[in-house]
Design a protein around this ligand. Structure first.
Ligand code: HEC
Length: 187
């Protein structure tokens, strides 16, 4: 009888342990990286185009209308859900889930300890696979996410505030963590 209970506890542990094999981790890591790269390229290509023809005044309203449809389009292409999220949001529609908030916090902690941050692959309790990768601030992000009056002009800031009255995504320095990519794979 005692052995039977031990057996139950043991199998219980196994069924609660949602782990991926090293091969699966590699597979989803490769796929995740590819999707993130394609999404980044698509977004930055359009952004650069808008910046060239009309500066931030044109690029911001463009992002406001096009950023989410663009990631949605790519989500359909790759049969996944692609999301960009942050602890300091511009668009409330990009709000992090509980798990995503935890991942952002863990990256922030690693950064504060001067440790490396790397993508994460994991499986949730429904056996869905997820890929998370950090998004850091580059020099060319500062016109729209940097310190106001230093990198973000007053005019740009007022355009941002008119579209996103609760914007929290200015004041960043180059190299800081802006947020994460979150890719959810479908079964
Ligand atoms: C021309 C201005 C502009 C530039 C340049 C820009 N962004 Fe943004 N960013 C925006 C706008 C506008 C949004 C809100 C988009 C939306 O409505 O979904 C946004 C949203 C985001 C989000 C989604 C989370 C949130 O807060 O809503 C991330 C992450 C992000 N930007 C990172 C970056 C990074 C990294 C760079 C540089 C490689 C960058 N941005 C350059 C304007 C800009």
């Amino acid at each position: 009888m005692k052995n039977f209970f031990i057996f139950l506890i043991f199998t219980g542990f196994i069924s609660c342990n949602h782990s991926l094999t090293p091969e699966e981790k590699q597979e989803y890591s490769d796929k995740g990286k590819e999707i993130v790269q394609a999404s980044f390229n698509a977004l930055s290509e359009k952004l650069t185009e808008q910046m060239k023809t009309g500066g931030a005044a044109k690029a911001i309203p463009f992002c406001n209308v096009e950023a989410l449809p663009l990631t949605k389009q790519l989500s359909e292409k790759y049969n996944v859900t692609i999301k960009r999220t942050s602890d300091k949001l511009r668009n409330q529609k990009n709000k992090p889930s509980e798990r995503e908030s935890k991942i952002i916090d863990s990256y922030q902690k690693l950064i504060s300890e001067h440790k490396e941050i790397a993508p994460i692959v994991e499986m949730d309790s429904n056996n869905n696979k997820h890929f998370y990768a950090p998004i850091t601030v580059k020099a060319n992000c500062l016109v729209c996410h940097g310190i106001v009056k230093e990198f973000v002009t007053v005019k740009t800031d007022s355009i941002i505030k008119s579209l996103y009255p609760n914007d929290k995504a200015v004041g960043y320095l180059e190299g800081e963590l802006r947020g994460i990519w979150s890719i959810a794979f479908k079964k």
